[in-house]
Design a protein around this ligand. Structure first.
Ligand SMILES: CC(C)(COP(=O)(O)OP(=O)(O)OC[C@H]1O[C@@H](n2cnc3c(N)ncnc32)[C@H](O)[C@@H]1OP(=O)(O)O)[C@@H](O)C(=O)NCCC(=O)NCCS
Length: 234
């Protein structure tokens, strides 16, 4: 088991697949005994270790849907959604990375489960330089004065490419921009040969509506569990 400190200040325990329940319970008990901060775990909602994690005192906090997206189907479904002329879309290797990081931090505040996220400059650059990051599929919505207002990114992960994020700044929401930006990114994905993608969406998030609009098919779910830490207990 590993524990990572995320940029939102939360500690996330990462369980090895197929772990023995007794060892997992012992390790998790040791982790929570050592901290007075939140520890979180994400598991598939049918994971056999779920009952073990609950026994140690974790409680379920939120759920995500996992969708499979066929690029062809999605592009056809959004054929009428275009970026309007007052906006441009730039690939991530053509934008200022400090300003992109600031927009990413801003948009993440509204995403269930990651509010409080603040990238360090180094960690953000490391993510941008990772093999999964293809700048053609990391697209930024730019207004006429050059300000950044939206992000859509697809990670080219080794097992399965993934729609990692869609976000638009608050003052420009509900005008179809996220749909148009997603359409633009999916067209690029199809152009470079991607066929199937996954998408994860908190069950309370508007992104489920986006999933619906692109003909996504639910293939599973995850649960996030939280423990407040035992270190302050007498
Ligand atoms: C999710 C998000 C990207 C939507 O951006 P947007 O530009 O407002 O989206 P659109 O205008 O293209 O709308 C897409 C659909 O969602 C609906 N929708 C948008 N905001 C909504 C809201 N607050 N409540 C209900 N429906 C909403 C729209 O009506 C539209 O559906 P329709 O075509 O049936 O009318 C935006 O709310 C956001 O940036 N949130 C923070 C980041 C985030 O949570 N991203 C998703 C997780 S990765």
């Amino acid at each position: 088991m590993r524990v990572r400190l995320r940029p939102d200040g939360r500690r996330q325990a990462l369980l090895d697949p197929g772990g023995d329940p007794t060892s997992v319970a012992d390790l998790l008990s040791a982790v929570v005994a050592d901290t007075d901060r939140e520890v979180i775990i994400e598991l598939a909602d049918d994971d056999g270790l779920l009952s073990t994690v609950l026994t140690v005192g974790f409680v379920e906090r939120r759920h995500e849907n996992i969708y499979e997206v066929e690029c062809d189907v999605a592009v056809s479904a959004l054929v009428d959604h275009q970026i309007t002329p007052e906006w441009t879309v730039e690939a991530a290797d053509r934008v200022d990375l400090d300003r992109l990081r600031e927009l990413d931090d801003e948009l993440r505040q509204d995403v269930p489960g990651i509010s409080g996220w603040r990238w360090s400059r180094e960690a953000f650059l490391a993510e941008m330089q990772s093999p999964s990051c293809d700048p053609r599929l990391y697209r930024v919505l730019v207004d006429a004065s050059g300000d950044y207002h939206g992000i859509c990114r697809i990670w080219r992960n080794p097992q399965q490419s993934r729609i990692g994020f869609v976000g638009v700044s608050r003052q420009h929401r509900r005008g179809g921009l996220a749909t148009a930006l997603l359409a633009d990114t999916l067209r690029e994905a199809r152009r470079i040969g991607l066929s199937t993608l996954v998408l994860e969406a908190d069950t309370t998030n508007v992104s489920n509506r986006l999933a619906d609009k692109i003909g996504a098919r639910r293939i599973g779910g995850t649960v996030e569990l939280v423990h407040r830490g035992d270190a302050t207990r007498g």
